[in-house]
Design a protein around this ligand. Structure first.
Ligand SMILES: [Zn+2]
Length: 318
């Protein structure tokens, strides 16, 4: 038998349940929705989680579509799933946990006696570290963004190659290979010896079918490549960026972009213009480096200094 919270599955079975992580303010128990897929044959263990940021719903869409496709009789190994990590933020469709106003993906590996977010991080990290591979499904929050996989351990980490391989197998098309901030699961997982990636499935708050489908295919690619299923998957070369340049607004007004997401950018190309409300040009911003047009703000209005867009730099094929 394999269990995660109250979900318990014998070989060849799938079960869903709850992983309890504390209580709400009225004393109601908080249980994260979890699933265990226990394959009929033995093999590796994969851990998948979604909605670590409570407004990033595409990962929940991936799990909702993926689980009905899985036949435990045809699987070798185990899949542990936490469908919604940031329970409190999900309830109110916000990014951060409103109980402690914290971003979950800065609290790993967590603390079982800590704040609300730290306790949830600790409980999910306990589940994640039972696995051989970790997928932490995200998206670009309120920004528009290409579909990409993030490798966050940094190029000098002993698991860098394994994390890069996992990102290539997932196969969004783009990889951001750049050391992330402390407290990310994609940092804490490799530090614990487990290859971990952070697939970023498109952008914007919402529910984007194209990015959800890319995520479902990504998990299926991982299941095939690492021997969970009988399918075969030969990874395609990915476009990798090792740097990430952010551009802000030099003036207030309305932004119009000169590039589309995924476009190649050359140094000195115009990225965007800012006009005033009467259509008069106020500023034009050009690229400092060559790269790939990676992410943009969603709404056009900006104040001076406000975030506008990002370019992935130091691009190669991996
Ligand atoms: Zn996120």
């Amino acid at each position: 038998m394999t269990s995660l919270g109250t979900a318990t599955a014998a070989p060849g079975e799938i079960d869903t349940g709850r992983l309890f992580v504390g209580e709400t303010r009225d004393g109601t128990e908080v249980g994260l929705p979890v699933a265990v897929v226990n394959g009929a044959d033995s093999g590796k263990t994969l851990y998948v989680q979604a909605a670590s940021d409570g407004d990033e719903l595409n990962g929940v869409g991936v799990i909702q579509r993926l689980v009905p496709q899985l036949d435990p009789d045809e699987i070798a190994g185990t899949i542990l799933i936490v469908g919604i990590v940031n329970y409190h933020a999900f309830q109110v469709a916000e990014h951060r946990n409103p109980v402690d106003d914290t971003k979950m993906n800065r609290t790993y590996p967590g603390d079982e006696r800590g704040t609300s977010s730290e306790r949830i991080a600790a409980a999910t990290f306990d589940a994640a570290t039972r696995a051989d591979l970790i997928l932490d499904l995200h998206q670009g929050s309120t920004s528009r963004m290409i579909d990409e996989c993030r490798v966050r351990c940094g190029p000098r980490h002993r698991l860098h190659e394994e994390c890069l391989e996992l990102a290539k197998v997932f196969g969004c098309g783009y990889i951001l290979d750049q050391k992330g901030p402390d407290g990310q699961l994609a940092r804490a997982g490799p530090d614990d010896g487990i290859p971990t990636i952070d697939p970023e499935l498109g952008g914007c708050v919402g529910w984007d079918e194209t990015s959800i489908e890319i995520g479902v295919q990504g998990v299926q690619n991982v299941l095939a490549y690492y021997g969970f299923t009988d399918e075969t998957h030969v990874p395609d070369p990915q476009t990798r960026a090792s740097g990430f340049e952010q551009y802000g607004a030099p003036a207030g007004g309305l932004v119009s972009f000169e590039k589309d997401l995924g476009d190649r950018v050359s140094r000195n190309d115009t990225l965007f213009e800012i006009t005033d409300v009467f259509g008069q040009p106020k500023a034009e911003v050009t690229a400092d480096s060559q790269g790939v047009f990676w992410r943009t703000r969603r709404l056009p209005q900006v104040a001076t200094g406000e975030y506008v867009c990002s370019v992935g730099t130091d691009v190669d094929s991996y």
